[in-house]
Design a protein around this ligand. Structure first.
Ligand SMILES: [Zn+2]
Length: 469
């Protein structure tokens, strides 16, 4: 009897052990599961201990890399300033290329310094799956914007390699050149060119920075000798079967709702406009009010009109900002003879956004008539369409979250990213992680190591799924 009881206890113990191990396998080894589902046979002998660690992110190394990368900066810590093709940018690029090579990726660069690190799949003739972001940083910003999508992507590759995963489609990590417009006034320069912007390729031949250094000269300084022939950067549509970018949210929603992952369904369509008004100016005391045509007041009136037209759209998704308003000559006792405004307006609905731009233009014309000033410039600098995430990528990301037991919410990206332009040549998706108070573009920008690790795990598993599809 005692022996029977002992056997029963032993077998119960064995069963519960087995169940625990099994459930660990289910929870911790979704990559193997995904591979097996697609291929229909066990891909490798499941060593349970391996499975347990297979999706673990090396948080210590990743955090060290984030810190190291942030030291390539032209402003003191904790702020980061890393402007396109500066010495610090070149050093940071070298750092990333070394990391890519260290992870066993084949590294190449194009004529403007978009950097590609490829892990060949076992069917390398298929269009690869790509992921990536940027490492340039606007003056006095933080160390996470973009960086998480580059260092995190390399770590996602490491996670997959450690798990024993073998990609079917090749996986590629991309570092995009100049997502920020700091130096040449053009945002997402690298990804716009990748997506085949002939217009930008032409424009860059004659574009200069604030120091009058031309784009090709600046590129040459950074070691990109062929930055004159930019058509070599263009990638044809279909070059990738999927592109997915990991990024901090840059807004407060995920943190407020305590949700670790945002699955982006659309990126709002941005547009920017430059406006110049001209009047006669004059002495602030001598010219009486009926005689004036004040360019500054025309600008002030247009700024209020921007707000009105945006609010009139009736949608919370329509936004507009006058971020620059400069008066000339800028003296207290001189009526402004020139005023310069730069207006940013965005929406997830392109037609509604375009309607706002048209109304702003009409207001500018009417203000000129009313105030007898001249509209010397009304220039739409860019007017990009919005981008919708691809359903298959959204679904892959959602199921990755579910398999990793991470809650998520679908959301819109109101900031734009390289993904907006990659969407022109590839099905696109984005993964957001929370950041402290939604802060970004300032030194207080912060993402918790745990949230970064979760983002990397979701990215890794999503890449695995997309690679096998
Ligand atoms: Zn960014």
């Amino acid at each position: 009897m005692a022996l029977k009881l002992l056997t029963l206890i032993a077998s119960l113990c064995f069963m519960s052990c087995f169940m625990v191990i099994n459930s660990q396998k289910d929870v911790y080894d979704p990559i193997t599961k995904t591979m097996e589902e697609f291929s229909g046979y066990p891909v490798h002998e499941p060593h349970l201990q391996d499975s347990f660690t297979s999706l673990s992110v090396d948080t210590e190394s990743l955090q060290r890399q984030i810190e190291e990368l942030s030291t390539f900066s032209d402003s003191p810590a904790p702020s980061v300033t890393r402007v396109l093709y500066s010495e610090k940018d070149v050093s940071a690029r070298r750092y990333i290329k070394n990391l890519m090579a260290h992870s066993g990726l084949a590294v190449k660069e194009d004529a403007v310094g978009n950097i590609f690190g490829r892990w060949d799949g076992y069917e390398p003739e298929l269009a690869p799956v790509s992921t990536g972001s940027h490492i340039d940083a606007i003056p006095y910003s933080g160390k996470y914007d973009g960086v998480i999508g580059v260092l995190g992507a390399i770590e996602a590759i490491n996670v997959l390699k450690r798990s024993g995963f073998k990609p079917k489609r090749s996986l590629e990590v991309i570092l995009f050149t100049s997502e920020e417009p700091t130096r040449f006034g053009i945002s997402c320069l690298g990804s716009r060119l990748l997506a085949g912007s002939q217009e930008l390729a032409e424009l860059l031949k004659t574009t200069v920075d604030g120091q009058n250094i031309s784009f090709p000269d600046a590129a040459r300084f950074a070691g990109y000798e062929n930055a004159k022939d930019l058509s070599s950067v263009f990638l044809p549509k279909g070059s990738y079967s999927a592109f997915i970018e990991l990024h901090i949210e840059q807004g407060p929603i995920l943190e407020e709702e305590a949700i670790p992952i945002g699955v982006v369904t659309a990126i709002a369509a941005p547009a920017s406009i430059k406006v110049d008004f001209e009047g006669n100016g004059g002495h602030a005391g001598a010219v009486l009010m009926p005689m004036r045509n004040d360019a500054g007041l025309a600008a002030a009136e247009l700024a209020l009109a921007v707000e009105k037209h945006v609010l009139d759209s009736g949608s919370i998704d329509t936004v507009g900002t006058v971020g620059i308003l400069e008066l000339h000559p800028g003296a207290i006792n001189s009526i402004p003879s020139k005023a310069h405004l730069e207006i940013d307006t965005r929406d997830i609905n392109e037609a509604r956004r375009n309607n706002v731009i048209e109304k702003i233009h009409n207001s500018a014309l009417n203000i000129c008539k009313k105030r007898n000033v001249k509209l010397s410039e009304f220039k739409i600098v860019n007017q990009d369409p919005p981008a919708l995430s691809d359903d298959s990528i959204v679904k892959a990301t959602e199921s990755a979250c579910q398999e990793l037991n991470l809650s998520y919410r679908k959301m819109i990206s109101r900031a734009y990213h390289d993904s907006l332009f990659m969407a022109r040549i590839s099905p696109m998706g984005m993964i957001f992680i929370p950041c402290y108070k939604g802060y970004s573009h300032k030194p207080e920008e912060f993402a918790a190591p745990k949230d970064i690790a979760n983002g990397v795990r979701v990215l890794a598993l999503t890449l695995a799924k997309l690679s096998l599809s």
